[in-house]
Design a protein around this ligand. Sequence first.
Ligand code: DAK
Length: 258
Amino acid sequence: VMELENIIFKKDNKIATITLNRPKFLNALCDQLIKEINYILDLLSNDDEVHVVILKGSHKAFAAGADINEMKDLKLISHIKKDFIKPWEKISKFKKPIIASVAGYALGGGCEIAMMCDVIIAADNAKFGQPEIKLGTIPAAGGTQRLVKSVGKSKAMEMVLSGSTISAEEALSYGLVSKVVPIEDLDKETINLAGIIANNSLPILILAKEAILRSFESTLSEGMINERRLFQSTFELEDRKEGMMAFIEKRSPKFKNN
Ligand code: DAK
């Protein structure tokens, strides 16, 4: 059992919440914090009670990036010997839905882990950016890749090349986030969406997520083939039968997650 020093973990009603909790450093993502997230995600992968995960920070900061203190003395040789990027990949490979609930700063690695999540809900004070250029480096956890797919090339270039941030409203207009809500409603709105998602069949949620992620990671024709196979595979699940029968019988489905 790992002792959690940088995050708070809570589980309630099919929803797990991971709260980044390094307030003195605006939730800067130190190695230990990433280890703690990964430890929890491993537990949650094997926990059938949990259908959805919420990743959140504080009102002031979702996360202000990777920890600059930990990075400042690194050299090429240390990156080659120890792959620092590897531990960051776990969030993007997690199979169940993850919602990023973002208030305040989501900068650098903070913006990148928000983009690794499946849905981003932003408070009206959220600020997204990739300021690495101002530190003399470039994004390293997908910031030059996922951002382009979310906001388009021109805006991604502007953000990455200038290091400037965009507001929650701008992020909404480009499609980086799915919704902007007043900060006092952020938790309520996030839990509301998580609850709606969590009511669905877990295995079907996993397949739906996998199908959409494939569109990010491949060509349209490959994504379509994969979508068709995943769709077909839902017909081996009892929840698919239950969902359709419930519709025909004009009642709510009772999913058994199998
Ligand atoms: N790292 C370490 N400490 C940080 C930090 C960070 N990223 N961001 C803030 N802090 C610390 C500040 O140093 C300050 O500490 P004290 O001075 O109190 O000891 C405390 O948090 C409060 O911050 P401020 O006093 O600066 O607060 P303000 O409200 O004035 O300003 C700010 C908020 C967010 C505008 C400012 O803190 C800021 O600009 N922070 C740095 C933002 C930044 O440049 N982030 C990008 C870092 S580069 C990788 C994966 C990812 C990455 C790299 C590699 N691999 C997988 C290999 C990602 C890289 C990055 O994210």
